[in-house]
Design a protein around this ligand. Structure first.
Ligand code: CA
Length: 698
């Protein structure tokens, strides 16, 4: 099989694959079909193994896009973040949604063919740092594969949606989650996991697509010395200090993968350290391999081939799990096989993907943790003030932990030679917490998360909002500079799709799904989706007509945790839907009616200043990551300042301590908080609501 694949790869270089067969290719998905990348279909997460998210289809183009309209839509049964890329195979669309559900539709009519619910226990929601999202499926043979939030890898029959096999890929007693899309290489399904905010050790596992049998497992960080048998882990031991294995170490591989069939190399992005603060993880010393690295593996065995570390001694949640994209670029007159990534740390990396050597790096947004990269050593030139655990001082880091770029896929336009980055400008107060101890539930990052909360001060707020923006950057990876940019008031801007029609599709927090001219960024078309759109679109062709499909629905880490700066315009309505467009489409979304947000009408504050201060500390530690910094919710989970339970101490206690809403992901916190502390949280939120009302919030 592999020889055949390699031969095909030589005959059909992925970038040059422009043929557009008119007939559909019903039947099994195999290596030939994935490599042929028929533009009529969207067979894998990033469309092709190089993950360029560029479609050769051009029926919808700069001239015709004005006639693009909604062909049909389907309402979803979950109102949390929707991040999946729709697959399009044999005239059907396959999506995953929040809470790891899957659905199949007829691409022409929108008829629901089947749906699948793995029944993830609601309590698992608390282990998810960044919403109960799922980014999609992989296809092989007559099956589809998806991860579930509670760590299962499931194979579904593509025709019926029935479960064929299911394996638990991780230790479910630990706060692991799966949100990323699996990939398939030659009958092997690859899946990682998340959880490095909570305290876990990352790995990637390969399973046999037919049987679900485990084939190999690659750990990204070493276990306790003496327990490591893999050579790459034994080598990594000396880059760690202390007893990192007790806290997990981190390095979860929760999103990015790409594959080069000619080199037969699988590229995977590795996440941040666990805990974030390197002082607690590794006595503040060492590179801590292979955190925040891009690793190249031999897919057949999972054997380590090379790595490039984007952030040595990671201590700011600077993951390198962001989109990995492969392309062949002419650099300095020579054709180079490159790998490109815009990780959280704000630098755009161009690597030689044959050996992992750094070709170039430049910051794509303003950053202050490093002034640049030394191309000889491949290491950053760090600002010593950024290591907050050494200085003991607050470090206002740019980017913050949300990154200069998060999971939102980029796209490539080979004609323009541009990589489009959905980027974020944000800062975050990193505050060392000398007396930090890990908790059983919630974030375990080794920082004081409470003291940096947004103050109730109009000027500070206005400055923070102004400094926190989103940006669509058209980046020239050869020149390492932006050709054009579009600024957004909200930071969380959507994933991307580029097409040979000269178009770039993107959604945003304002509920807009738009098409831009990929050469200039000029907006040529837009659709009001009535909700925030963060997922990337895919495109395909059925019976001669090109379609664009995208999931609408608001959520993810930043809308959950970012508070005021995540959504400066106020709560975004969340109405999750699959939207499918074609030229001449005439479907209309129903009138959504007014966006009713409960008023800011808090009860009288009865708590003492000491109670409020205690509530503020625990809110920062346990609550803010899902209910918003300083209790300013943006509409994904309950905005507690507006919650009915705020005026009902008994109901509040039943939720916070009694676990009355555990099935929604709001677990009981009785292992961390007593009744008085829960009441103090309520008093803190009452105080916050009064402060915001006084500042003019409604
Ligand atoms: Ca992280």
């Amino acid at each position: 099989m592999r020889l055949k694949v390699m031969a095909l790869a030589i005959l059909l270089p992925l970038a040059a694959c422009k043929q557009q067969p008119s007939s559909e290719l019903p039947g099994a998905v195999n290596a030939e079909r994935i490599l042929a990348a028929n533009p009529d279909e969207w067979l894998s997460y990033g469309r092709t193994y190089d993950e360029q998210r560029h479609s050769p289809l051009d029926q919808i183009n700069k001239e015709t896009v004005k006639d693009l309209g909604l062909a049909w839509f389907a309402d979803l049964d979950t109102a949390r973040g929707q991040e999946a890329t729709p697959l399009a195979i044999d005239g059907k669309i396959y999506i995953t949604t929040a809470w790891s559900k899957a659905k199949a539709y007829d691409a022409l009519t929108g008829k629901l063919e089947w749906e699948y619910d793995p029944k993830v226990p609601g309590e698992r929601g608390v282990a998810a740092c960044c919403d109960v999202v799922n980014r999609g499926m992989a296809a092989w043979g007559d099956k589809l594969f998806m991860g579930t939030l509670d760590g299962r890898l499931v194979a579904l029959d593509r025709k019926t949606g029935k479960e064929v096999w299911s394996v638990v890929t991780l230790d479910q007693s630990k706060p692991y989650t799966i949100t990323g899309a699996p990939r398939v290489i030659n009958g092997m399904v690859l899946i990682g996991n998340g959880g490095a905010e909570m305290g876990v050790r990352g790995f990637l596992t390969a399973y046999d697509a037919d049987s679900g049998k485990q084939l190999w497992r690659f750990y990204s960080v070493p276990d306790e010395p003496g327990k490591n048998t893999d050579e790459h882990l034994i080598k990594a031991e000396s880059t760690w200090k202390g007893e990192w294995w007790k806290l997990g170490g981190g390095g979860t591989m929760w999103d990015a993968m790409a594959y080069d069939p000619e080199l037969d190399l699988l590229y995977v992005g590795v996440g941040n350290g666990s805990p974030w603060n390197q002082h607690f993880r590794s006595q503040g010393e060492g590179d801590n391999l292979y955190l925040s690295s891009i690793v190249a593996l031999r897919p057949k065995t999972g054997e380590y081939v090379w790595h490039f570390q984007t952030t040595p001694g990671e201590t700011w949640d600077y993951t390198a799990t962001q989109h990995i994209m492969l392309a062949d670029l002419t650099i300095g007159g020579a054709k180079r096989k490159v790998l490109m990534q815009a990780p959280k740390n704000g630098f755009f990396f161009v690597l030689d993907r044959t050996d992992g050597k750094l070709i170039s790096a430049n910051n794509y947004v303003p950053v202050n943790w490093a002034t640049g990269f030394d191309l000889k050593t491949g290491r950053p030139i760090e600002n010593p003030d950024a290591r907050y655990y050494r200085t003991g001082k607050l470090w206002l880091g740019s980017p913050g932990p949300i990154g200069a770029h998060n999971w939102h896929p980029m796209a490539f336009d080979p004609k323009e030679g541009l990589v489009y980055i959905p980027a974020i400008n944000s800062a975050f107060p990193f505050i060392h917490k000398p007396d930090w101890k890990p908790n059983k539930h919630g974030f375990n990052v080794g920082l004081d998360l409470a003291s940096g909360a947004m103050p109730a001060d109009a000027k500070t707020r206005a400055d923070a909002i102004a400094a926190t923006t989103g940006e669509l950057i058209a980046w020239d990876p050869v020149a390492q500079k932006a050709r054009w940019t579009i600024k957004y008031p909200a930071s969380w801007n959507g994933g991307l799709l580029a097409t040979a029609g000269g178009l770039l599709f993107q959604g945003n927090a304002g509920g807009e799904f738009a098409a831009m001219d990929s050469a200039t960024g000029k907006k040529l078309w837009s659709f009001q989706a009535q909700t925030g759109v963060v997922a990337p679109a895919s495109t395909f062709r059925v019976k001669g007509e090109q379609y664009v499909a995208v999931l609408a629905g608001w959520g993810g880490a930043w809308p959950l945790a970012g508070g005021l700066v995540a959504e400066p315009v106020g709560p975004v309505r969340n109405h999750s839907r699959l939207l499918v467009f074609k030229l001449g489409g005439t479907a209309k979304l129903p009138d959504p009616g007014p966006h009713n947000v409960p008023p800011l009408d808090p009860p009288t504050l009865t708590g003492t200043p000491e109670q409020v201060a205690d509530g503020a500390r625990n809110f920062g530690q346990f609550c803010g990551v899902c209910h918003g910094d300083a209790a300013i919710g943006t509409g994904v989970t309950r905005d507690l300042r507006r919650a009915g339970s705020l005026g009902d101490a008994k109901m509040w206690n039943q939720i916070v301590i009694g676990g009355a809403l555990a099935q929604n992901g709001m677990i009981s916190w009785k292992e961390e908080l007593n009744d008085q502390q829960a009441e103090n949280l309520r008093q803190y939120v009452i105080k916050r609501a009064h402060e915001d009302k006084a500042l003019g919030m409604k």
